[in-house]
Design a protein around this ligand. Structure first.
Ligand code: CIR
Length: 253
């Protein structure tokens, strides 16, 4: 699928107040801004026009824009994020998407984070996690089924979101952590399995034929080279400290 646009948001000064389980220390704000700028540049280098939103004060996780919406070729599904502290991020993302797509909204008690949703071809995998419940997942599934897409639910046993562990790296190829190496839900797709010490690299992003991957994962890089696509490595250390990564920093469509 070709992306022409992306929406990203500059982190706010108080980003260290966001939710995290990483125990990797406090993010350095200036370094995070530099890493964010490099990320936006990488998207532009992949021929994507990027709308960069201003920081959303009082919402320290709001730069992880991926969780607030699922944008498909036909509609934008505005989520009801699973974490209470993140629900206030949604209106500004809906407004940013308004010029591009008709919006539909996930209704409570359904909850869903975009990080749990992976579109590959005409199929959606929807992870059931601490953030995404079945009622939320089904609302998304029903919405996209109306446009001819199929969808399946996949329990997320490890990691924050489904896409912490599984991402598309080619039309029919998934990059997966060990947990998903033989998972029956993913049958029918080729799988590249990440070594256990490089699990963070599972959050690699396919954009217009380029692979944007986190820096510092040589084994995964070598495996991805077999796909013969240009690879862009980015340092996202400051976002990793807040349980985030490459996919969550933008909405691409
Ligand atoms: C959170 O816990 O919600 C944020 N600190 C990290 C969100 C990362 N989002 C993503 O991977 N899609």
């Amino acid at each position: 699928m070709t992306f022409t646009h992306a929406i990203a948001r500059r982190p706010e000064k108080d980003m260290a107040a966001g939710i995290t389980t990483a125990a990797l220390g406090t993010p350095d704000y200036q370094k995070a801004l530099d890493q964010f700028d490099a990320y936006v540049k990488a998207l532009i280098d992949c021929d994507v026009s990027v709308t960069v939103l201003d920081p959303l004060m009082g919402h320290p996780d709001a730069h992880f824009v991926e969780d607030a919406a699922v944008v498909t070729p036909d509609i934008a599904v505005i989520t009801n994020p699973g974490a209470a502290s993140r629900k206030g991020e949604v209106p500004s993302i809906a407004a940013a998407l308004q010029p591009f797509r008709k919006t539909v909204w996930v209704q409570p008690p359904g909850t869903i984070d975009g990080g749990d949703v992976l579109m590959i071809g005409h199929h959606f995998f929807i992870g059931l996690s601490d953030r995404t419940n079945e009622k939320g997942a089904r609302q998304l599934g029903d919405a996209v089924a109306g446009f001819g897409y199929t969808w399946t639910l996949v329990p997320v046993a490890a990691g924050l979101h489904f896409k912490s562990s599984v991402n598309a790296v080619d039309d029919d190829t998934l990059l997966v952590t060990r947990t998903f190496a033989d998972h029956p839900a993913l049958a029918g797709f080729h799988r590249i399995v990440i070594s256990p010490r490089e699990e963070y690299a599972g959050n690699t992003l396919l954009v217009n034929g380029h692979l944007i991957m986190p820096a510092g994962f040589p084994d995964t890089r070598q495996k991805l080279q077999a796909l013969d696509k240009p690879i862009i490595e980015l340092d996202v250390s400051e976002f990793r400290k807040m349980d985030g990564g490459l996919t969550c920093l933008s909405l691409r469509f």
